[in-house]
Design a protein. Structure first.
Length: 153
């Protein structure tokens, strides 16, 4: 393929990985980020996509849970309420997707993406041009109640 000049908007794990593979294919890549790469979700999550988390965010019960989270400063979720067309349109689509059917349809796709991501992390770790910390010791999940465990699985 002919070499191309490519601009990637956003330097989270998705933008950086895309840049890594495009560069490996011989393209010239520039990443443009509105911040300092220390503000996005990837920085807070150490750049990791967890292979075991395959239930989509849009699932039954998530709307009420999301509402409760909005009022809990220690929760992982907050959206500033505002009259924004895109936000409202996204909210409606999200609400319509919170169905058992959507969860069933999404599980396999998310699992495949996560397992592929895991393979690619291991592959990247071998690359002499990248220096990052990765350990594969498994994942310990601790639950406060059996209901909590059922909801996650
Ligand atoms: C606390 C926490 C825990 C998480 N736990 C898990 C987990 O256990 N398992 C899991 O799989 N996932 C988890 N996630 C989710 C996972 O981290 C994200 O899905 C993933 O990091 C998203 O990567 P991204 O590159 O798409 O977005 P981000 O990492 O958010 O990167 C987006 C980048 O784009 C930049 N940007 C945005 N808009 C613009 C613009 N207009 N112009 C220029 N730049 C822009 C931002 O500054 C940012 O640097 C967690 C997230 C958080 C915050």
């Amino acid at each position: 393929m002919a070499q191309k000049k490519i601009i990637i908007i956003g330097g989270g794990i998705i933008g950086l990985s895309t840049a890594y593979y495009l560069q490996a294919d011989g393209h010239e890549v520039v990443i443009v980020d509105k911040g300092n790469l220390k503000e996005g979700a990837s920085h807070l999550n150490a750049g990791y996509l967890t292979p075991s988390h395959i239930v989509p965010m849009a699932a039954p019960g998530m709307i009420s849970k999301g509402m409760r989270w909005m009022f809990d400063a220690s929760s992982p979720f907050y959206i500033k309420p505002r009259m924004n067309k895109d936000l409202i349109s996204w909210g409606i689509k999200f609400m319509k997707s919170c169905t058992p059917n959507h969860v069933q349809r999404s599980l396999k796709t998310i699992l495949d993406i996560n397992l592929l991501s895991k393979e690619l992390y291991l592959e990247m770790q071998q690359s002499p041009s990248l220096d990052f910390h990765l350990e594969t010791k498994g994942l310990l999940m601790a639950y406060q109640s059996s209901q909590c465990r059922k909801r996650r699985s």
